[in-house]
Design a protein around this ligand. Structure first.
Ligand code: FAD
Length: 400
């Protein structure tokens, strides 16, 4: 796809970033008759699509709505999400004969490889006559005659409009950059501070040490932070916690906020233990292992300094009550996230208050649009981030 272009020539639109949002936007703008140049600095285009969803790309979620997003004003996303829906994207996939299936809670995945989605977007760009500058770095963007001038490794581009689709900071090794955020700040636009999100969390030593042997164990939990909770699986790791429950709640966690984990996923464990222990001949460990993975039950009893071999029926009601409470209201101390290398998305970005929700155009810099992950709209785990990339790209493209 790498294709040289006469960088000095004028075009209508320059899209910076050949990822999910950038390719979608360039393709649609091109198909609407705009002369589009797409600039991508990484060696491979659409690399996050390729590695997403375990190589099968969870490209959307059938139930997408603003409630599945975080940011200072998630309602900002409503217009774009309404105008370009999961059905629109699946219709595009069907036109390209790409098979897909629903996995879990509305999550749609490719039947085969995520590469099919990259190839589809590439083909759509081709249909729109999009010209690529790739690999090519962008440097300074300046207001120019009738629009903007953009310095790149391949020379200066002059254009009427620029779409910034350079994504967020996760996984710097495959091309992530803070270009959008630096550009926005340089232009005096507000930026919500970026944080790693959909990311595993590290726990304080005091919480981690008693659970060290649980690395690799998964358990259904209810994870809560503030008013938000998720019923999903949690995975213990060598440094803390991961798995869908952790990734989901990480969108809401920040330093100083309490994380609450109900390791019984909402069961009334106190009542269950009380009833099941009555007249029972089984050990406390066997009793608890009816409701939790056995390894977790064992380690938790040790953590609580309880003898798992005791007959459950002989354990005092108050002790069972306290055991249940400790499991239902675990509040481990999170020290930090696993950072940009492990995060799936960036929370924060160009403030939505600076943008028009219909066109993603900067209100104070006409002709400049920000789309995709660079904007302060962050989706839950489950295909919501790609749906925002497609929808915001379409909204901008319709306005170009
Ligand atoms: C491991 C992983 C798995 C994921 N799985 C899923 C999933 O299954 N479902 C889901 O919805 N979301 C998933 N995501 C999130 C999803 O990939 C992103 O939200 C989405 O790709 C954002 O699209 P974007 O176009 O805004 O940014 P990107 O897709 O990141 O594209 C940005 C592009 O801009 C380029 N770029 C950056 N800076 C510059 C510059 N200065 N000049 C030129 N080019 C530049 C980058 O190289 C990149 O190609 C996953 C993310 C990761 C890291």
């Amino acid at each position: 796809m790498s294709r040289g272009t006469d960088a000095g020539a004028r075009c209508d639109v320059v899209v910076v970033g050949g990822g999910a949002a950038g390719m979608m936007c360039a393709a649609v703008a091109g198909q609407r008759g705009r002369r589009v140049v797409l600039v991508e600095h990484a060696r491979r285009i659409g690399e996050k699509i390729r590695i997403s969803g375990g190589g099968r790309c969870n490209f959307t979620n059938v139930s997408t709505g603003p409630a599945h997003y975080v940011g200072l004003d998630p309602g900002f996303a409503a217009h774009a999400l309404r105008e370009y829906t999961p059905r629109d994207f699946t219709a595009l996939l069907r036109r390209h004969r790409i098979g897909f299936h629903e996995k879990h809670r509305g999550q749609l995945f490719c039947d085969d490889s995520a590469v099919a989605v990259v190839d589809m977007l590439r083909a759509e760009c081709e249909r729109g006559g999009v010209r690529w500058l790739h690999p090519c770095r962008v440097h300074e963007l300046r207001p120019g005659v009738g629009g903007f001038e953009l310095d790149t490794d391949a020379g200066t581009l002059a254009c009427a409009r620029v779409v910034v689709a350079t994504g967020g900071l996760p996984v710097p090794a495959i091309g992530a950059s803070d270009w959008a955020l630096r550009l926005a700040r340089g232009l005096g636009l507000r930026v919500q501070p970026p944080h790693p999100a959909l990311v595993p969390l590290r726990l304080a030593d005091a919480d981690l040490r008693p659970l060290a042997s649980l690395a690799g164990v998964s358990v259904a939990v209810r994870a809560s932070c503030g008013a938000q909770d998720f019923d999903e699986d949690l995975l213990f790791t060598h440094r803390g916690i991961s798995g869908p429950a952790t990734l989901q709640i990480s969108n809401y966690w920040e330093a100083g906020r309490e994380l609450r984990i109900d390791l019984t996923a909402g069961k009334d464990l106190a009542a269950l233990l009380r009833e099941s222990s009555r007249g029972s001949r089984q050990s406390l460990l066997s009793l608890l292992a009816q409701f939790l993975p056995r390894r977790l039950a064992q380690v938790w009893l040790e953590r609580q300094r309880l003898d798992g071999s005791r007959r459950a029926a002989e354990v005092a009601g108050a002790t069972l009550q306290e055991l249940a409470r400790s499991l239902c209201a675990w509040t481990p101390q999170v020290t930090q996230t696993e950072g940009w290398n492990k995060a799936e998305v960036m929370r924060g970005g160009v403030a939505t208050a600076e943008l028009d929700p219909r066109s993603l155009q900067a209100l104070r810099v006409p002709g400049l649009h920000f789309i995709g992950e660079a904007v302060d709209i962050t989706g839950w785990l489950g295909g919501y981030n790609f749906q925002w990339a497609w929808a915001s790209a379409q909204a901008a493209a319709r306005a170009l």
